[in-house]
Every structure is written in C-alpha cells, then in structure tokens.
Design a protein around this ligand. Sequence first.
Ligand code: HEC
Ligand code: HEC
Length: 398
Amino acid sequence: MINRSTNLVIILSLAVLCLTGALAVPANAGENELLPIENLGKLIFFDANLSKPVGQSCASCHDPSAGFANPVTGLPVSQGAIPSRYGNRNAPSVSYAMFSPVLQYDQTMRPGIMEGMYVGGLFWDGRANTLEDQAKAPFLNPLEMHNLRKATVILGIRQSSYAKLFQQVFGKRSLDDVDKAYENVAQAIASYERSSEVNPFTSKYDYWKAGQAVFTDSEYNGYLLFTNTGMMGAKCANCHSLAKPDSNDPDLFTSFGYQNVGAPRNPDLPFYDLPMPLNPAGESYVDRGLGDFLRSAGYPEDVAAKEDGKFKIPSLRNCAVTPPYEHNGVFSTLREVVMFNNTRDVAGAGWPPPEVPENVHRHMPPMPRTFGQLGLTDQQVDDIVAFLETLTDGYIPQ
Ligand code: HEC
Ligand code: HEC
C-alpha cells in the first residue's frame, strides 16, 4: 500500500526529475526562430553580391556545414574574392565566437599556465574586440571580399532583395548615410552571429551531458583523458577548458586564452608567394600572432615579445568538420593535432621546429606526461579523437 508520505516522495521526486530534465535539455536545441535583425544579418552573411568581384560571401569561408568555418578543406587558408589571393590564416569557426570576452590580461594562475595570460578578443591574434568590429573587416580586406570602400558595400545592399527589411529594422533613411549604414550592417551580422542558429549547442556531447545520448567506450575514455588535468591525463582542458562544474555556463572547450603550442610553419601556405605589397616579407614571412598585434597597437616591445607566436586557443566545438587545423592550417587531421601535442618534444618523433621558437608552451623543466610528451598510447589518441568527434552540432538523439 502506498501511504500519503510515499505519495509525496514520489510526487516530489517526479517534480525534481521534471525540473532537472527541463534544465538538462541542451540549451537552444531546435529553436531557430530568428528575430528580424538576426534574419537581416543572415541575409547579408550569405549574400555573395557584396564582394568585388561578386561571388564571395561571409559564408564562403564560414559555412554552416563546416561549423561556420571554411568548407574548402583542400587549402590551408582561404581564397579571396580575387582568386589569386589568399589570406595568411585558416578561417576559424564563427560559432561560439560570441562568448569571447574583450581582450585583457588575466593574472589568474591556471594549472599548467602559472604566469597568467591574455584572454579574449576575436581573430587568431585578438585584434578585434566585438563581433561588430570584426564584421566590418572582411568586406574591405583585399585578401577577402576586396571592396575598395564602404560605399560599394552599401550600394550592394541598396540593390539587394532585402533592402526593405534593412529599412524596416533600422529606419526608412537608414541606407542614405554610408557610414551609419555600414555600422548597421555590422550590427545585423553580429546579431545573427549571436543567434541560436549559429550557437546551437546540439552536439552529441550536449545530449550526452543532458542524459539523452550514450557515449561509446572510446568516446568516454577520450572525455576522461581530455578533462583529466592530473598526472595520467592528457590535460587538454587546461587550455580547452570546460565551464566550472558548479556553474550553468556552457562548455566552450576554450579559455579564450593565448598560447604558442609550437605549431610548425606551413610550407604550403600560398600566402608566401603573394607579390610585394600584399606580403612584403615573401618566403621569410613569420606569423607572430598576438605579439605582432600588440606591437602594432603600440604596446612596449618587452610586453609584445612575450606574446610572440601565441594564438587564440580555439573552441573545439565542431572541430571534426573544420579541417585543416591550427592558425596556418599546417595539420590536416585531428589525429595529427593530437599526435603533435602528444610527441612534439619526443626525440625522433620527427616534427619540424616551431614557426616561432620563443614562448613555446612547455613544462619547465621539461617533464614526461606534460604537453609535447604526454605519453598517450595509440589507443588513447584514438579515444581523444573519438571524443572530439562528439562535439559536432546537429546530432539527432535516438
Ligand atoms: C576569404 C575568406 C573569408 C571571408 C570571405 C570572411 N572571412 Fe571571416 N575569417 C576568415 C579568416 C581567415 C579569419 C581569421 C583571420 C585572422 O585571425 O587573422 C576569419 C575570422 C573571422 C571571425 C573571428 C572568429 C574568432 O573566433 O576569432 C569572425 C567572427 C568572422 N571571420 C566573421 C566573418 C564575417 C561576418 C564575414 C563577412 C562579412 C567574413 N568573416 C568573411 C576568412 C574569411
Ligand atoms: C597550452 C594550451 C593548450 C593545451 C594544453 C592544448 N591545446 Fe589545443 N590548442 C591550443 C592553441 C593555442 C591552439 C591554436 C594553435 C595555433 O593555431 O598555432 C590549439 C589548437 C588545437 C586544435 C586545432 C583546432 C582548430 O580549429 O584549428 C585542436 C584540435 C586541439 N588544439 C586539440 C587539443 C587536444 C586534444 C589537447 C589535449 C591533448 C590540446 N589541444 C591541448 C592550446 C592548447
């Protein structure tokens, strides 16, 4: 017989189950209704008429099928609107970029990174602070969409099928003043980039965390290795960090910090062959990442020099569909990246030297089971790759 108090317990536990169940559903899953401003941003993002010559949109290098990174995997970097031009860096995913704070120096000591580090900003070197700032760059970049001036972009929008929507969102006269309209273009794009369509949290990992999917043994072992920052772990989460255990924040697999993992130069970078004005250094071009940005922003040389070779720690969400890897696309598979992290400093492993030898992240003094000599077995490397493959959005739970 069920008495009243048992009844109460059952009702209470059901209520708790419902509550936690409701919270555990991956945030935003399936709700993709866009606001008018987000929809406008989307139309601009996918509009291939806003480049010179026409044919290239933001989505050409940031396609939804590739986690909003470059869908072309045969090239280490992106081709420009002018086909003979190539950028110097691998296009990152736009998804989850909205979570990056503004660039700042963070004194916090972290396991493995005792000295504090720069955190935040957009681009591999942090040179834009907001999605609005960022969105203004590609239209005018000679290696990307190649417009000579803002007016050509706004003219394209006046002639577009969504000009009316633009005026509905920003006002009747909003396309009259080029500078103001250009700011609004950036605002609309950024709104789209912050929408749930671009930040869906619908990976197998998200469903697994919500108790709605089951990991294979390999995926689970990979997860344990990835998140284990102790002696026997792979310590990936030191940099590709998850949310604090007691918070409701999403896991983004990055601290948004900057490190030099010692990625080798990529000899296949077409950028090396670009003519003088576009690449004055030619073959000897070295990408110093954050260091060069700080230098160009007027920071003292000793501050900038400490950041040479450091690049933004990327979120690993969707990394399985965004090859090639690292800022210069030097690695073509996830396995190669994990093997590099595993054996970079192992004698005879055969990795080329780092592009920037200064500031390479390494335990001091060098020590087994730290970055560069993690001591992972082949099976463990496979497990980590299997785990990384669970981070791709669009998983449909059984
Ligand atoms: C020709 C290819 C190309 C086109 C076109 C392009 N991008 Fe990018 N995008 C890149 C590359 C390469 C980077 C990284 C550059 C760097 O770090 O210096 C990048 C970086 C970004 C980032 C920063 C992401 C992060 O996490 O730091 C955002 C956001 C972005 N692009 C949005 C856009 C928008 C919006 C457009 C259209 C207005 C656009 N991109 C057009 C190649 C492209
Ligand atoms: C010391 C910080 C640090 C640690 C620890 C670390 N990473 Fe990274 N990771 C980075 C940085 C920085 C980059 C970008 C480097 C570059 O482009 O030069 C990166 C890049 C990557 C990429 C390429 C992503 C892309 O979109 O190009 C993958 C995949 C990756 N890391 C996986 C891992 C795994 C798996 C582990 C654990 C075995 C790990 N990382 C440990 C800092 C770290």
